[in-house]
Ligand binder design. Structure first.
Ligand SMILES: NC(=O)c1ccc[n+]([C@@H]2O[C@H](COP(=O)([O-])OP(=O)(O)OC[C@H]3O[C@@H](n4cnc5c(N)ncnc54)[C@H](O)[C@@H]3O)[C@@H](O)[C@H]2O)c1
Length: 271
């Protein structure tokens, strides 16, 4: 169903890799809600091809950008403003990657060069996207910038590894830049803390299936699906949320406020 929530709005959506990606669902729904936007991903991800189909479906220009490169990000905003005919109203940062997680490094045996890469790709890139936008004056007043986070920023989930630090940093950047950009241009900055979701990045975490099932059993509504996360993103891009900024917003079926659930007690009792 379409509510025309984003009619006339222009944006940039990063991180759609395949049809499971949260950003993929955001792009599909943003199109349905009347937005025009560009799509971006790392050059290597663009070579994989899936995203071309999404670009065709959404009539969106595809602009390669490594999110760790400020030159690439500058080019992304410039090309986006050319393609869309002006400044943007929303930016989705849906980017995460940890070489330590990928290579199954234990938290007590981290490779520090990789740790810095995790932080650069998954968190500093959020700052780079905003600093570059501010310098180019690429975002309209009352625009909305959104990143995707996970509750490991606040609580310990051992298998989440150095991504926990990356998410803490991401959320902190949302607060700090949210203040700065709000004062300067009334631009809003938030993060959504999403339930475990079956995507390439999600499934890369060791023990993901058990982790997914546990969270599902611990949440009043069950895990929040990617489609619902996309709807929440659209709400935060829309004028309905114009006074929400500097927040980390849980989108997790209630998980973050649970201590223990009856289902978990029952499952534990059977052991
Ligand atoms: N899947 C989950 O369980 C879950 C839960 C909470 C939050 N998140 C977050 O949601 C966001 C999107 O992840 P997803 O689950 O849709 O997985 P995904 O693998 O589909 O998306 C991650 C994206 O990051 C991109 N990326 C990696 N390195 C990059 C770089 N250097 N430059 C530009 N792009 C780069 C990848 O190409 C990919 O498109 C991430 O921030 C992730 O941490 C995911």
């Amino acid at each position: 169903m379409s509510y025309n929530l984003l009619k006339g709005k222009k944006g940039i959506i990063s991180g759609a890799l395949d049809e499971n990606s949260i950003a993929w669902k955001v792009a599909e729904r943003a199109k349905e809600e009347g937005a025009t936007f560009t799509l971006t991903n790392a050059p290597i991800a663009l070579r994989m091809g899936g995203i071309q189909q999404l670009a065709e479906k959404c009539e969106a220009e595809l602009i390669p950008a490594d999110a760790t490169s400020t030159d690439d990000i500058e080019n992304l905003y410039q090309k986006s403003m050319e393609a869309l005919g002006g400044k943007v109203d929303f930016v989705l940062h849906s980017i995460g990657m940890s070489p330590n997680v990928r290579k199954n490094k234990a938290y007590g045996d981290l490779n520090y060069d990789w740790f810095q890469k995790s932080l650069d790709i998954s968190a500093l890139s959020f700052h780079k996207m905003m600093q570059t936008a501010e310098k180019l004056d690429a975002i309209n007043e009352w625009g909305s910038v959104l990143g995707l986070s996970y509750i490991a920023a606040q609580r310990t989930f051992p298998f989440y590894n150095d991504m926990a630090e990356a998410k803490s940093l991401l959320e902190s950047i949302a607060r700090s830049y949210g203040y700065r950009y709000g004062k300067a241009k009334k631009v809003r900055v938030n993060t959504i803390s999403q339930s475990p979701t079956r995507t390439t990045a999600g499934s890369g975490i060791s023990g993901f299936d058990s982790f997914f099932d546990f969270a599902d059993s611990m949440s009043a509504l069950g895990n929040a699906p990617a489609e619902d996360c996309a709807n929440y993103c659209l709400f935060l891009f829309s004028d309905l949320s114009r006074m929400i900024t500097m927040q980390n917003l849980y989108h997790d079926g209630g998980f973050s406020n649970m201590g223990i659930s009856e289902e978990i007690i029952e499952a534990y009792g059977k052991k």
